[in-house]
Design a protein around this ligand. Structure first.
Ligand SMILES: [Zn+2]
Length: 329
């Protein structure tokens, strides 16, 4: 497939890779480091995506085999799913945050939900109607297939504040937990470029949810990460989905406001009567028939808001008849 490539800053190329799901495109970034090539995020490991990446490399004057460094902003299938394929062909050094490596290994070893008692208990305590939805449908279709082909252990971990030198470029690592626990954005200080992964998408709000074995207050982390990136001076914001834009501070504030509004809306609902996350989600997002993934995302994103409200002392929770109920304080 011929690749669509845009030079968004001198020697920094945005490459649009196809996804077999929504969103239908992920943007990855090829960086000419003058003597070396870096790739930020990888796309999903489908034949279509790999062929598109090969063509993009050709268009910018390199080859997939000549990529020296692959950095994953986080472990998700569209961001790190081709890293093992690229490493095999190019010998590239791979970098990922340690917390994301843990998630990669979890993804690679996690069995079906029905064989995971912790997950089932988690779904039940938050009121998710496991009898209404086919449990096996909770597993994404790419899981356990070669569409997700991440390196199980990166060559190097990304740490907050690291400066990764590649050729003549300096890539600063900013740890931005929230959407994923070890999500990182990459800052090119001289160029005033910020490669944001899913942290600061221009049009959509990235999913932030509470999951078994994950952080307990991811929305609090996400909001802190939005405040954190505002300290950096940026002219070009390069997202993983959607168009390149300029005002990252404005967008970060919009995202914070969006979640604060949602939190207030949910607290209103649990003011009179304690409710579980699923009940609150049904009222906020509607309870018509929807694919199980949307219902799960809505439930666990609602839970993230309710947990944040508890941490902030605006709500409290109790367990009653096996259900975790939240109520406004
Ligand atoms: Zn993601």
């Amino acid at each position: 497939m011929p690749a669509k490539v845009a030079e968004v800053h001198s020697g920094i190329y945005e490459v649009f890779l196809p996804l077999p799901m929504r969103p239908t495109i992920v943007n990855v970034y090829l960086i000419d480091c003058h003597g070396a090539w870096a790739l930020i995020d990888t796309g999903m490991n489908t034949a279509d995506s790999v062929a598109t990446l090969e063509d993009a490399c050709r268009q910018v004057g390199t080859r997939l085999e000549d990529i020296n460094v692959v950095i994953g902003t986080h472990h998700h299938v569209d961001h790190f799913g081709t890293s093992a394929t690229i490493k095999k062909r190019s010998g590239a050094t791979t970098l990922l945050h340690r917390l994301e490596q843990e998630r990669v290994n979890r993804m690679l070893t996690l069995g079906p939900p029905s064989q995971n008692p912790d997950a089932m208990a988690f779904f039940q305590t938050h009121g998710f109607p496991v009898d209404k939805y086919p449990i096996e449908g909770m597993r994404p279709t790419w899981m356990g297939t070669d569409q997700y082909n991440p390196v199980p252990t990166p060559d190097r971990y990304l740490n907050d504040g690291d400066v990764v030198m590649i050729g003549d470029r300096e890539l600063e690592i900013i740890w931005t937990p929230g959407h994923a626990p070890g999500h990182c954005v990459i800052y090119l200080r001289k160029e005033k470029v910020l490669i944001v992964g899913d942290h600061l998408l221009p049009k959509i709000t990235p999913h932030v949810g509470v999951y078994p074995s994950g952080p307990t207050n991811p929305l609090g982390d996400f909001i802190n990460s939005q405040l954190k990136v505002q300290r950096f001076d940026v002219e070009h914001v390069l997202p993983a989905h959607g168009a390149v834009y300029h005002d990252h501070r404005h967008r970060a504030n919009q995202l914070i406001e969006h979640h604060r509004y949602r939190e207030a809306e949910m607290l209103d609902l649990v003011r009179r009567k304690p409710q579980c996350a699923y009940e609150v989600a049904s009222q906020i997002f509607g309870d018509e028939e929807r694919p199980i993934f949307h219902v799960m995302a809505a439930t666990f994103e609602t839970l993230a808001h309710l947990e944040l409200a508890c941490v902030e002392g605006r709500a409290k929770k109790k367990v009653e008849n096996g259900r975790t109920l939240f109520q406004t304080v």
